[in-house]
Each structure stands twice: as C-alpha cells, then as structure tokens.
Design a protein around this ligand. Structure first.
Ligand SMILES: [Fe+2]
Length: 257
C-alpha cells in the first residue's frame, strides 16, 4: 500500500485519506456507510483506485481499502541499545561508529489534518469509521488511535477549512531524527521545528516544511496504548520541551478552492 501519494494539481489540496480495513469487510462497510446516509463516489485520482470512496464532513475524500497492514520494519540492534543510568544495554560497542546512518523512515506513523469543526470530524471518524479518541487539546487538536498500538495514527487541528497539517514518518531512534533534519537542511529545506518532545503521544519530533507549506515530521518513541487507555481533555502546549515553533506552524496554507 502506498503510504503517501503526490499528484499534480491546480492548487495545494489534501486530496484524500485512506485507511486499510480487514480482508472481506468492504461489503459490511458499504452497508454501514449507506445506512448512515453516506454517498459513495469515485476515486479522485487513478493512482488510488479501489475500495470505497466517500466524503468526510469537510468534503475531503476518504477511502477504505482491503489492504495488508504496513509491517513493522525491525530496528537494527545497534539502533535500539541504550545506556541510561544502570540500565546498560550496550557494552564494548562504540555507538558513534554506526550513529551516522542516513535517516530511513520505517513507515507513516500518523497524519494530522486541518478541519473546520473538531467535534464534527471526531464524530465522523469515531462513530462511523471506528477510530478511537486518544486525547484532546481543548479547542485546538484531537488525536485518534486505531486500537492497541501507537497513541495516535490520525487527528485534527482546528482551522477554517480542510488541509494537510503534517504527515509523520517514524525513524528508529534519536540519531535519525537529528540526521534527517540536518540532511534536509543541507538540501535547502531550512524551515523547521525541533528537536523536541511532544506532550500528547510523547513522541520526539523534528519537523521540516515541505515545498507546499505542509510539514513532514520525523518521529520516534511514541507512547503505546492498550484498550485500558483513558482519553482526556488537556489544556497544554504541544511540547514538553522544544525551541520556539515557527509562527506559521499552525497556518493552513491550503486554498479554500
Ligand atoms: Fe505528529
């Protein structure tokens, strides 16, 4: 399954979001959607054909497709052995000799989209599509999970209209966050935000502005949650520690069409 599809267009636009569903479940999903009054449509671009297509409350196209879950790529042993206090995992190995490997994101961790109503989008994606509430920052952002696993795989930021805020790509350790950021800066992508540790989800992050005004996040060390997780409303900043974010960090640069 492609985890990101770029297509040429007249304007900057979030074209669709796509979710994998279990093999053989599409007829059930179709019944569920139609009984909720959701109208099915055609794929917006040929590259993403297949599955069921419909619109969310902001008219962003949503796709459910029967697909394999993207498998975890195992971190190399030297990427995940640390010596903190008396928790010693690495002995007689010089970490620096392998710490400069090029950043190699393992998978799409999550994406956050701008929405015109946090409440309407939360209702749609939880009550109809079965995602679950992880946590909210009151009036500003909502984070959703897909069951036991990462604290969030999808979420929303309050805006006046839809758009892509960021896609987040998981790397296996802190070195790769810093090396990814440095590599992008060396290649001319100077605008960014990081290094820091987020509040909700707790992942460490470094963001780079993409050529269209959205953000790419390198992410690692996110909280894992189970069925026992209790969602809460928070009134907190987005990071525990970090440099100041760029003033435009929450700007939605997508044209309203
Ligand atoms: Fe993120």
């Amino acid at each position: 399954m492609d985890q990101a599809v770029l297509s040429e267009g007249q304007r900057k636009q979030l074209r669709f979001v796509s979710f994998a569903v279990e093999a053989g479940s599409l007829p059930d999903w179709q019944r569920r959607l139609e009984s909720a009054g959701v109208k099915l449509a055609d794929a917006p671009i040929h590259a993403a054909d297949g599955g069921l297509w419909f619109c969310d409350p902001d008219d962003v196209q949503v796709n459910l497709r029967e697909d394999e879950l993207v498998p975890w790529r195992k971190a190399a042993p030297e990427d995940s052995m640390f010596n903190f206090g008396d928790d010693i995992q690495r002995v007689d190995q010089a970490r620096w000799l392998t710490a400069d490997a090029p950043a190699s994101p393992r998978r799409l961790s999550h994406m956050l989209i701008f929405v015109s109503s946090l409440a309407a989008s939360e209702r749609f994606y939880t009550e109809l599509l079965g995602l679950r509430l992880s946590d909210r920052i009151k009036g500003m952002a909502t984070f959703l999970n897909a069951g036991p696993g990462d604290h969030h795989v999808f979420g929303f930021i309050q805006s006046t209209h839809p758009g892509l805020h960021h896609s987040s790509w998981e790397v296996p350790n802190f070195d790769q966050l810093a090396i990814g950021a440095r590599t992008m800066q060396e290649r001319g992508y100077q605008e960014g935000w990081g290094l820091g540790r987020h509040t909700l989800g707790s992942n460490m992050f470094h963001y780079i502005r993409d050529p269209w005004g959205s953000w790419i996040e390198y992410s690692t060390d996110m909280d894992r949650i189970t069925e026992a997780w209790k969602a809460s409303d928070w009134d907190i900043p987005p990071a525990v520690w970090c440099p100041m974010p760029p003033e435009t960090f929450l700007a939605n640069l997508e044209d309203q069409g």
